[in-house]
Ligand binder design. Structure first.
Ligand code: 5GP
Ligand code: MN
Length: 310
């Protein structure tokens, strides 16, 4: 598969690197990591994400400013990153060949070539394997992107997807001059005041059920307005709910224009990807999500609670 993917990349000239809507560090880091490599090979490369605005905490990633929210007209290959299902790319279906680079166990294998390895902690680790198998030396800008993605998807090396291999990969990236302290500071210590206000509000609205093993909260569009917050300010807010000592399952409902986006997190008892799949979403064992086309939050909560036993 890796060889097949590399052959297709080598034969293509106009390549789009695209990641999932509401991108996280893995989505942006893994897609940007291939940009310098493909440019060096003489390709025309476009980095696309259909979300506007992007979270600015990723602005230190090399070539972040190149990301566009529009598909270019000329393209002979699409490579998707960190995206479990085609609908999460936010683009129309086409006949253009697609390489799907991912690590979600719920991935629907929507690509013509699927480099999907649920054993890897990040989509960027799949990119790292692709580069290694083709003897591409790790440049500092590439290593920075891959490391950022790996650090975020492992909760800065604290989740249960952390293994000896993760640290081996991290060591290779640091050897290639990725800067762990700088990256952590850029990602974790540049919150907006609006985000802190949003977090205070979601804690204020927190509900606990099942002996406080389940915690849920809701952020409405009105809450965003009240706090002066934008959508990326709610990224990772669900982790605050999970951090409560009693909580095994954390649920955050985020209102969108015509729908609710649900984020699920668990500690070690619930496989939240199973729940997300029931509602047409996906994800990992400990982090998953879905979007639902209703504004009836009571019904959403009831439906989720009916699917869990803890
Ligand atoms: P988050 O709650 O941070 O948006 O997402 C947690 C995890 O679930 C991420 O790995 C994300 O890619 C995945 N995920 C979130 N929403 C969806 C969705 O609607 N569909 C799929 N397939 N995966 C999702
Ligand atoms: Mn990921």
């Amino acid at each position: 598969m890796y060889q097949e993917a590399w052959n297709l990349i080598s034969q293509s000239n106009n390549i789009i690197l695209i990641s999932h809507l509401n991108p996280d560090g893995d989505a942006l880091g893994s897609s940007l990591s291939l940009y310098p490599v493909l440019k060096d090979m003489g390709k025309n490369v476009h980095v696309v994400n259909m979300t506007l605005p992007l979270a600015l905490r990723y602005d230190f990633l090399p070539n972040f400013a190149k990301i566009k929210s529009k598909m270019p007209s000329k393209c002979d290959l699409i490579i998707s990153f960190d995206c479990g299902s085609f609908d999460r790319l936010g683009i129309d279906k086409s006949d253009i060949p697609l390489i799907n680079i991912d690590h979600h166990k719920t991935n629907t294998n929507y690509g013509d070539i699927n480099l999907v390895d649920p054993g890897k902690a990040s989509a960027s680790s799949v990119v790292l394997s692709l580069l290694e198998k083709n003897d591409i030396p790790l440049r500092r800008d590439v290593a920075t992107c891959i490391y950022t993605a790996l650090a975020e998807d492992t909760g800065f090396f604290s989740f249960d997807n952390v293994s000896e291999k993760v640290f081996e990969d991290a060591a290779k990236l640091i050897k290639a001059k990725a800067n762990p302290a700088l990256i952590a500071q850029k990602l974790k210590e540049r919150n907006s005041l609006a985000k802190l206000r949003l977090e205070a509000l979601l804690i204020d609205k927190l509900e606990l059920v099942n002996d406080a093993k389940i915690g849920y909260s809701i952020l409405t569009l009105d809450d965003f307005t009240k706090c002066g917050a934008i959508r990326p300010d709610s990224d990772r807010c669900v982790d605050i709910i999970r951090s409560l000592v009693t909580v095994e399952l954390a649920i955050l409902l985020i209102e969108e224009n015509h729908s609710y986006k649900i984020s699920l997190r668990s500690k070690d008892k619930v496989d939240v990807s199973d729940i997300a799949l029931v509602f047409g979403g996906g994800g990992h064992k400990r982090a998953a999500g879905f979007t639902i086309q209703t504004k009836d939050t009571e019904k959403i909560i009831d439906n989720i609670l009916n699917k869990v036993q803890i």
